[in-house]
Design a protein around this ligand. Structure first.
Ligand code: COA
Length: 349
């Protein structure tokens, strides 16, 4: 029998070079997309502009951005026959990521470009997938509640439409702005598990839909996309600001992992967490919930007791909760943004 050398296997493939990427880079506590700092993009860009940047390796001119937004707006709606077919999929006791994986895969069957591997066709498919991902997540929630598809407004942004299609009501501008920034912050993150899965599928010269479906399958795992949902469950379990400090101390004493803390790569802090923290403060105060105050105490206690800093998932939980988004949609929303990064990786591969 051949010998197996355990030492040759690195935890989480740490330090193993699988390929190189120019899409995003993490250096110490900084994250850049195509050389632009995430703080600058979050403050000055829209999600649509960031998608253009990820796919084209440069920022668009005003005209290019207008045209790109028009293309995405055109692609955001679903055809009646697609909505009717998706209505047949079960939603009761179904994991929203499993529904999304099936829905995305099924879109390929209606797309005449699905098997065309020319660059033009791949960009058309990429635009459709990026535009429709949020529509599908909103549709799942509508169907689950026994409600109907809400036709998007082509004049409005991606972030506006997602919230509109989810609730059927015109969204508050603060929510739209925060959601747009959340989309920017989650769009790409170097060679993570789901980006790698998308690239592996693309490397066999498979089609874009198959590659994106692989990414969704990888993101579904609780070790990758599911942590912000777990953070919110933890905040609900903690229950009050007064109990937060003791809860953390007890959890650490019993060697429990506190969700939303620590990171395999960022050891000096996740830059996205800082941006999300201020958005959590704004939205929690506006919604009149105590989850920001509670999060702040948990953050201070974990730092003091364990020296660990919050990651992207910690403050995004209270942000999404304040927006009224159901807990099990947090990972599908992550996919709604990250699809743009997967597509950039598929193109690069
Ligand atoms: N809560 C409590 N302790 C934690 C912790 C957390 N969230 N994250 C790491 N630690 C502890 C480990 O138990 C270990 O303690 P020890 O030295 O006493 O054994 C130490 O910190 C180092 O942890 P390690 O497992 O080496 O960190 P890592 O870099 O391999 O793991 C994560 C990184 C993200 C997997 C880990 O921090 C984690 O599981 N975090 C919670 C889940 C989460 O938020 N995931 C989303 C990531 S974006």
């Amino acid at each position: 029998m051949a010998e197996v050398y355990a030492g040759a296997v690195d935890k989480g493939l740490e330090g193993v070079i699988a390929c190189t990427t120019a899409i995003s880079s993490i250096v110490d506590a900084t994250l850049c997309y195509r050389g632009y700092l995430i703080e600058d993009l979050a403050a000055n860009s829209s999600y649509e502009e960031v998608v253009f940047l990820l796919w084209n390796d440069r920022l668009p001119s005003k005209q290019e951005l207008d045209n790109f937004k028009k293309t995405l707006s055109k692609d955001i709606s679903l055809k009646p026959e697609t909505v009717n077919m998706l209505k047949l999929l079960p939603t009761k006791d179904v994991h929203p990521m499993a529904w999304l994986r099936t829905a995305v895969s099924s879109l390929a069957l209606w797309d005449e470009d699905a098997q065309d591997d020319s660059e033009e066709a791949r960009f058309r498919v990429a635009s459709r997938l990026t535009a429709k991902m949020g529509t599908l997540v909103a549709l799942f929630e509508r169907f689950r509640q026994g409600k109907d598809y809400v036709e998007p407004n082509p004049e409005k942004s991606f972030a506006w439409n997602f919230n509109y299609m989810l609730t059927g009501k015109e969204p508050d501008q603060d929510i739209v702005d925060v959601f747009d920034t959340c989309m920017i912050l989650h769009a790409d993150h170097e060679l993570n598990c789901s980006a790698f899965a998308s690239r592996v599928t693309a490397s066999s010269l498979s089609d874009v839909y198959s590659s994106v479906t692989s990414g969704i399958g990888a993101l579904k795992g609780p070790l990758h996309g599911g942590a912000n949902e777990q953070v919110m469950r933890m905040l609900i379990e903690v229950g009050s600001v007064e109990k937060a400090k003791e809860w953390v101390k007890d959890a650490l004493a019993s060697k429990k992992k506190i969700m939303g803390f620590g990171h395999r790569v960022y050891k000096n802090g996740d830059p996205r967490a800082k941006i999300l923290r201020s958005m959590s403060e704004k939205l929690c105060n506006k919604a009149g919930t105590q989850y920001y105050e509670m999060s702040k105490i948990i953050d201070e206690t974990v730092q003091k007791e364990k020296g660990l800093l919050p990651n992207v998932d910690f403050y995004s939980a209270s942000v999404y909760y304040s927006m009224g988004i159901p807990l099990d949609l947090y990972t599908p929303i992550f996919a709604t943004s990250r699809v743009s990064g997967w597509l950039a990786h598929i193109f690069e591969q």
